[in-house]
Design a protein around this ligand. Structure first.
Ligand code: AMP
Length: 467
């Protein structure tokens, strides 16, 4: 690829390289690998398909990664095989067909004789073109993940100091990237200029640092929250301490509002908001916008809990634990008997009949995507004897896919693109249905819509995408 030509269009990557991931990094800690394990464990919700850790012992990088949960991948792994005081780690979720070990992160490579490793959260929107161009120029890709593009770009640019040439590589990429990089002598944290995905800095001491997608990871390792990595910032941590450079400024900021609605853990501080409080506020806004006469407010566990508390508080209707979730249901449920497949949602969620019988229920969930979950939940509530079931959704209608790292289905699979509100209400079988408006969402947040990406709700993509 000629790095002088600027002929790369921003293009939607139509492959299924969508990823929802978590990244973690630690600098100068005697138990770097163990800390990273804990950090990833706290962020397991961000990706369950693969996990990996790379450590630096000051001379070499050491890698272990595998498919599965953090506890599966590192179960019997001996920490002695991951020596060193610094590390980065990654948990990954990929869509079907791309769950290959080769795509598991961190990615490790020798770039111009120097070992480096990379953990990436987010999705590039011009990855197809970049990949094609790099391949034409002779780059040999090992996997199908867009993250590998960073390594090839860096390799082509060259130079002795990879973290200094990184900004040149980043000139080429468009889209969402919050990343941790590890060299033998440094940890580097980067966030794309619009700041789609979160990334925060924490510290153990003045010489021992942590970076993480979410603050819940800092809590578990006992690190103190310092600040966010700013959009367009490269933070380098080495033996001299922490230095910051702004590699690119963008007037447009695009923090993903869906992190606050669903994706981040409620106990995290994301984009400066306590996620739990933000969700409660969404519930309060929803109660103001779409009140209903009912006997109790119940959440869809666990995604609707905080919003349901807010709705109950604002409406004065009592909050009840109407549906109990079996927290031990794994992804690979073994059918004990033939013909039990229609157990479906009841394997995981059980309505409390004694509580619900004859009652008018407001059920709250964070989002409505395909509508299949809500349909089943409403059915089990009716089967449990509920007299009325009113569904309230603590976000606007999902009308468009995400190209920046959240795995939303194709447009045609989104129920709100196929039916109007009344059609959806009928389909899911609710007595009434209402979504939170975009205005109500940002009012609840106390933020300006312009500083967030809400493209899944308003189709205003902050970069060009081919839909
Ligand atoms: P659906 O049946 O497609 O309407 O799914 C809605 C449910 O899926 C809600 O309970 C959400 O909490 C959850 N959800 C929304 N977006 C995602 C996502 N990107 N990945 C996994 N679950 C999601």
């Amino acid at each position: 690829m000629s790095l002088n030509s600027r002929n790369l269009n921003v293009d939607h990557d139509k492959s299924s390289w969508k990823e929802e991931c978590g990244v973690f990094g630690v600098w100068n800690h005697p138990q770097a690998a163990e800390m990273t394990y804990l950090g990833l464990y706290a962020m397991q919700h961000r990706g369950q398909e693969s996990a990996g850790i790379v450590t630096s012992d000051g001379e070499k990088l050491h890698l272990h990664k595998g498919l599965g949960l953090v506890s599966d991948v590192f179960d019997s792994y001996k920490w002695n095989d991951l020596p060193g005081k610094s590390a980065i780690g990654h948990v990954r979720y990929s869509t079907t067909g791309q769950n290959l070990l080769i795509n598991a992160q961190p990615l490790k490579a020798d770039v111009r004789g120097k070992p480096i490793a990379l953990a990436h959260n987010g999705n590039l929107v011009n990855s197809l073109e970049l990949r094609e161009n790099l391949q034409k120029q002779g780059s040999l890709f090992q996997g199908t993940s867009d993250s590998e593009i960073f390594l090839h770009l860096l390799s082509r640019i060259g130079g002795d100091n990879w973290s200094q040439t990184l900004p040149q590589a980043l000139e080429w990429v468009q889209g969402a990237y919050s990343m941790a990089w590890m060299g033998v002598d440094r940890l580097v944290a980067i966030r794309d200029p619009m700041g789609f995905r979160p990334l925060v800095i924490g510290r153990f001491s003045d010489s021992s640092w942590v970076v993480a997608s979410e603050t819940c990871a800092l809590d578990l390792v006992g690190a103190q929250y310092v600040r966010e990595v700013e959009p367009g910032e490269i933070v380098t941590i080495d033996s001299r301490g922490l230095t910051s450079t702004q590699f690119k400024k963008s007037s447009k900021k695009a923090a993903c509002v869906f992190e606050l609605i669903y994706f981040s853990r409620p106990d995290s501080q994301t984009f400066g908001h306590h996620v739990y409080e933000a969700r409660k506020k969404f519930g309060e806004s929803l109660a103001l916008e779409s009140p209903v006469d009912a006997d109790m407010v119940i959440p869809v566990p666990d995604s609707g809990v905080a919003a349901a508390l807010g709705y109950a508080k604002q409406s004065g209707i009592p909050f009840e634990w109407g549906i109990v979730k079996n927290g031990y249901v794994g992804r690979t449920f073994i059918q004990p008997l033939q013909g039990m497949r229609d157990l479906g949602v009841q394997i995981k969620l059980n309505p409390q009949k004694a509580l619900l019988k004859g009652k008018r229920i407001v059920v709250i969930d964070d989002s409505l995507v395909r509508g299949t979950t809500s349909k089943k939940i409403i059915q089990i509530l009716r089967d449990a004897g509920a007299q009325e079931v009113h569904l309230r959704i603590a976000s606007p209608a999902t009308v468009s896919p995400c190209y920046y790292g959240v795995d939303t289905p194709e447009k045609s699979e989104l129920i709100a693109t196929q039916m109007d509100l009344e059609g959806i209400r009928k389909y899911i079988g609710a007595d009434s249905l209402a979504y939170l408006t975009l205005k109500g969402l940002f009012k609840g947040l106390g933020e300006n819509e312009e500083t967030f990406c809400a493209a899944c709700f308003n189709e205003k993509y902050p970069t060009r995408v081919n839909t």
